[in-house]
Design a protein. Sequence first.
Length: 130
Amino acid sequence: MKTNIVLLVISILLCIGCKKEQECCCVYVQTDYNITILDSLGVVDTAYLKNNNQLHNFNQNDSLITFQFNANLDSTKNDALVKTTRLLHLSATDTDTLETEINGHCGRFISKIWYNGILQPEATAIFVVK
């Protein structure tokens, strides 16, 4: 009889312990991604690109333009997968759409990126040919 009571108490304690939500041991934030444009025809106006977007680490080398772009964090929530959208203004007539899926568990990080509706194979970099 005592064995049954001990097993019952242990079972109850295990059930209570399993219901507690795990706390985050650290916070991970990765909300920027790299974009590289191969501009072999010279059609990208880098002055327009810099003036009409919030770009970071901008670098131009011959026909390669590389920069970082931040995801839109305005609508993210904790412990949720949220899709956000940003527009990349390449010229007055050429605007591309960048969608990101941000995981909000224990911080925020990009789990997927779509460039003009096409899922990119890597969630940290995009390569565009113009």
